[in-house]
Unconditional design. Structure first.
Length: 239
């Protein structure tokens, strides 16, 4: 079974969508469109009647709602219908909390238990974890935490996107081990190029590094952000 991504052009490149119940790592440097990619994926599921959970560890839920509204995606409507939960894991102890779903600290066991309970509560089909780096304050515990995350994602049987922000566009992930819990790896890039008028401009591109159970080209494709979100130029293969 395939899960439609909602990303314009992507399904065409991966045989109709993500493999069902798989975990996909979405990586890239800051500003490449990772959060938008995830919002677009979650919203597509909501349109198809599939419940979803979005775990945010950096941006506040209200910021996500505002970002989605730029593309006419009304997340609040689905929250009110109990089809979507935005779990606020960006909160810090002692700060006021206005969200219904939140965790006060980044204890990995507490967070994963909360995710598990919410997925059962709303019968979630899609999950986004955005993003991994805030969970890993102590580098010596990274491997153990990543394996715990992988186990819980396998148990809940959602089709999941996990975000990892990289500091170097040549790396697949921040810590070099996140990709081992994922059946797919999608890299988003932002690079400066020289235009015809010899002016510097930026170009975004997407690279499907791996996707299990899927025939796909190992090529980069340019994409742009329009009124309806991310649009991939599937005929514009880059070297």
């Amino acid at each position: 079974m395939r899960v439609k991504t909602g990303i314009n052009g992507l399904d065409e490149l991966i045989e109709g969508g993500f493999p069902e119940k798989s975990t996909i790592l979405v990586s890239g440097t800051p500003g490449t469109g990772k959060t938008l990619f995830c919002l677009q994926y979650i919203h597509k599921g909501l349109e198809l009647g599939e419940s979803g959970i979005y775990i945010t560890l950096e941006e506040k839920p209200e910021e996500l709602r505002r970002e989605a509204k730029r593309f006419s995606w009304d997340l609040k409507k689905y929250e009110d219908l109990k089809k979507l939960v935005i779990l606020d894991a960006s909160a810090r102890v002692g700060l006021p909390q206005t969200e219904k779903y939140f965790v006060e600290d980044l204890d990995i066991e507490n967070l994963l238990n909360k995710i598990y309970d919410i997925c059962l509560e709303i019968k979630a089909k899609r999950l986004v974890l955005d993003s991994l780096p805030p969970l890993f304050e102590k580098e010596e515990s990274i491997r153990s935490k990543i394996h715990k995350i992988g186990r819980i994602l396998n148990e809940i049987s959602c089709t999941s996107l996990v975000v990892s922000e990289t500091l170097d566009e040549n790396r697949f992930s921040r810590f070099g081990i996140e990709e081992f819990i994922a059946r797919g790896l999608i890299m988003l890039n932002l690079e400066e190029i020289e235009s015809r008028l010899r002016m510097r401009e930026c170009r975004r591109s997407i690279f499907i590094r791996k996707m299990r159970e899927t025939k796909h080209k190992v090529r980069r494709y340019p994409f742009y952000i329009g009124e309806n979100g991310i649009n991939i130029d599937v005929k514009g293969e880059l070297l």
